[in-house]
Design a protein around this ligand. Structure first.
Ligand code: SF4
Ligand code: SF4
Length: 394
């Protein structure tokens, strides 16, 4: 049987409109009562990447959190916890909760915020390309009766999109996330790690907030793009498949989706999914720009070693913006950053292109830069894509 992916159009973050839309979104999946039973304790994990206001679209919108917490209580939940762990906390976790609007939304709906950094941890074991891995995650993901993921529809400079599967990365608290980037430096390895982590966690329901999404240089410094969509499924791969479908992206061009297909986890193609709710044709998004697949991802390792110095994408400092706070230096798992009198400086020989620095920079002073050869490859690829699109439209 095909996996169901529910789409629901929603034009704004007006609380009542979002509440109605979440109800309508879940209805084809059996409503919230298909997931949450009387007296259940529910853990909700939104995306709290940055300490930014909801309008920046870097984090799940508080109206969506509030609506889902209320749905859980209406279905009979006795307690609802809400929490996430950003790449690194500078200052107080409460500042993140307040600026993103998470605290107010959760408390208004009767839920309770959790601090993943301070909470008890538990180990999960799995294999990545045959290697045994033990990751430390928050223990409450196993203590809760039901876990719900509330991802944000965004692009990502490394993995192209950051959606429902990647949202599981935040169950690993704090700085350890950057260390996993260092352990799995190649995008295909990192994608496999995130996917295997997701497979080992008991998340029952996946909802994506794409009402105001982010594209271009996501997941922290991109453009706010109004996509007016909510997506839900029991499968995170199916939610990401829905994401690809409406923005016109081939699933196999997304490293995480490619890995999921290779191990047979989740739907392998659009044909394996039943799109329900709002008709697909009414959800199509035009002009959503996703960063290109890193060519390194398509090139065999031995060739890559030979051309690594010529083909790269990495962080670059925008002129006159850096305030020398040192956050990028502290998060960098490869120790590739120094902060001097002119601001942050990046050592390309050490950089592993994880873009954690970009995620934590509070004033978006870092942008993605491509080497000259890479820039030519990307331009050629753009031309090819435009040509193939216009051929399709003929
Ligand atoms: S680049 Fe951003 S994070 Fe790094 S020191 Fe400058 S302002 Fe701080
Ligand atoms: S410089 Fe930035 S992109 Fe490079 S390894 Fe460090 S954090 Fe990652």
């Amino acid at each position: 049987m095909n996996t169901k992916v529910s789409f629901q159009k929603c034009e704004s973050y007006d609380k009542q409109e979002v509440a109605n839309s979440i109800k309508a979104l879940l209805e084809p999946l059996g409503s919230m009562s298909a997931f949450v039973q009387k007296n259940d304790i529910v853990l909700i994990k939104p995306n709290m990447l940055s300490c930014k206001e909801p309008e920046r679209a870097a984090t799940t919108h508080p109206s969506v959190i509030e609506a889902v917490v209320r749905e859980c209580f209406d279905a009979g939940a006795s307690e609802v916890w809400v929490g996430d762990s950003p790449p690194a906390i500078f200052g107080r976790t409460e500042d993140f909760w307040n600026k993103t609007g998470f605290a107010k939304a959760t408390e208004t709906a009767g839920g309770k915020m959790l601090c993943f950094e301070k909470d008890e941890k538990a180990n999960v074991n799995f294999k990545v390309f045959g290697k045994e891995v033990t990751a430390s995650v928050i223990k409450k993901v196993f203590d809760a009766d039901v876990v719900i993921s509330l991802s944000k529809m965004k692009t990502h400079n490394l993995t192209r999109i950051t959606g429902a599967v990647k949202n599981h990365f935040g169950f690993i608290p704090g700085f350890a996330k950057a260390l996993w980037h260092k352990k799995f430096t190649k995008v295909n390895e990192f994608s496999a790690f995130v996917t295997e982590l997701a497979r080992s966690l008991p998340v029952k329901l996946h909802i994506m907030d794409g009402i105001e999404a982010m594209d271009l240089q996501g997941p922290a410094s991109g453009r706010v793009k109004k996509n007016n969509i909510l997506i839900a499924s029991e499968s995170p791969v199916a939610v990401d498949m829905g994401f690809c479908k409406i923005v016109g992206l081939k699933p196999e061009s997304v490293p995480i989706m490619k890995y999921c297909k290779s191990i047979g986890w989740g739907p392998a193609s659009f044909n394996d999914v039943d799109f329900v709710g709002t008709k697909v044709e009414d959800c199509i998004v035009k002009g959503y720009i996703v960063p290109p697949a890193p060519p390194v991802y398509l090139i065999p390792d031995f060739v890559l070693e030979l051309i690594r110095k010529m083909i790269w994408t990495g962080p670059n400092l925008k002129p006159n913006k850096c305030v020398k706070c040192g956050r990028c230096k502290n998060i960098c798992p490869a120790k590739a950053i120094e902060v001097g009198s002119n601001g942050a400086e990046f050592d390309r020989t050490k950089c592993i292109s994880c873009f954690c620095c970009m995620e934590v920079c509070p004033i978006e002073a870092i942008e993605m830069k491509a080497s000259p050869l890479m820039a030519i490859i990307l331009k050629l690829r753009n031309v090819r894509n435009i040509l193939s699109r216009s051929k399709k439209n003929e």
